[in-house]
Design a protein around this ligand. Sequence first.
Ligand code: F6P
Length: 544
Amino acid sequence: MNINTTPVWQALTEHYTHTRNVEMRKQFADEPDRFSRMHEKLHGMLVDFSKNRVNEETLSLLCRLAETAGLPEKAEAMRRGGIINTSEKRAVLHTALRLPADAGPVYVNGENVVPKLHRELERALDFAEKLISGEYTGSSGERITDLVHIGIGGSDLGPQMVALALKPYHKNVRVHFVSNADDADIAEVLPKLDARRTVFSIASKSFGTPETLLNAHTARDWFLAQGMGEADIKRHFVAISSNLPAVAQFGIAPENIFAMFDWVGGRYSVWSAIGLPVMVAVGAEHFRAFLAGAHAMDEHFFSAPYRRNIPVLLGLLGVWYSNFYGAESHAVIPYSHALRRLPAHLQQLDMESNGKHTTLGGKEVDYQTGPIIWGEEGVNCQHAFFQLIHQGTRLIPVDFVVPVTTPYQIGSHHQFVVANAFAQSEALMRGKTLEEAREALAHLPENERSELAVHNEFSGNRPSNTILLDALDPFTLGMLIAMYEHKVFVQGAVWQINSFDQWGVEYGKVLAKTIQPELAGAGTPQHDSSTNGLIAYYRSQHQG
Ligand code: F6P
């Protein structure tokens, strides 16, 4: 299907030409019920999408677009274990990972996977609890105090972000993350450890990712250099992977392997045993609450009518700005220090999923697909890039993610942060007219006033969603991440692409394999003159 030649897409194009100059400021003045119509509450979450350049007709057309694109059928196919990752011939079942143990069956190749995934979840949770209680000790009988999680991409970003976000729930085992092949990363962590009291979890779905294997080997060498023997490895190294033969080859005992399944994509895997560092950090009960939050969002996504469906609305609003307003990017700003790694996680989730230019049918798209996702923690970013969002020439839709309570309760810090989040979204929406700018400068002489007023005018009419979380707890965090997963799904469905493969990333990996030996001096590099020149310069710096 060519989504952009469908009647509903044409209707949206037409609608855009009529409504693009409508001012949200005026809409708020004319529609006293705008907020009450355009926000949704779900458990501990409130999503306000009223500060968008839409009216009821826009929303209804966008919902029709989702229907036309086949979203209902696609979502159902995902839920039931259909092979929707067609290029890799795989089911896509991260939603199954958060099903309760007594949920109905989900079949992959004729096998009900629910019992199997719960068995694996229980094994990982049990291991985590035993580390926390001290029942599982190192090979010399000492209590484990540190877990070092080695992985990259989806095997790192999700667990790292979640572990950081749930800091107030941490128990007694410290968790560390090593992902970068740059030795500065592991060099920062190793000196903090006592080998006798450390467990390394090597997380790689494929167990073929060179960065992870490099770090895993370095960790093992360090471990042995600390006076530990080969026999101790069994007790101090565990792996999480779907490639069991490769893990065995690395030397990890079968009983120390936590399986993940090929129907869970790396960027959707924090809910599986890849979440082991989260389990170890916060314990089984909180991890179960995290899964339950995600499941609650799944239920909402699979059942709520589109006009009331949070991920569907957020996904469609993104389509509206990308494909009709020509927005290039989307900013996600958590007003929360604890959520500071959320933008990094969402970058992979969204951009690796929807950064595609070929449709499921194998045709080159002639419309934009996945936006550039970026962001930083507020309030800090107000003093960095917010100027451009307010007065720059580009339209950048923003998501403000704001927990409305804090576990710390230090003075008025939290109120300050929330006030700033709300003020930013209001300012983006309202802007400041020239007249208002002149009024604010009334204390200045007329010539200065006129000169400055033009710089103080803000066009406003800049869209944002505000996502409030009653508390940043495991349940609500699970809901939040699942919400974004489904938002990405909705957009991929509209754009007719496969959100679950990542062939583009593979190419760079292949080229790196050729270049590494060349850096070490092998052969005569046969690349373009730029790449050859860079290799020659590197070699010249490593001579002698
Ligand atoms: O960067 C590509 C990628 O395949 C991601 O999709 C994935 O999350 C990451 O590498 C790590 O892969 P693995 O878990 O197989 O080591």
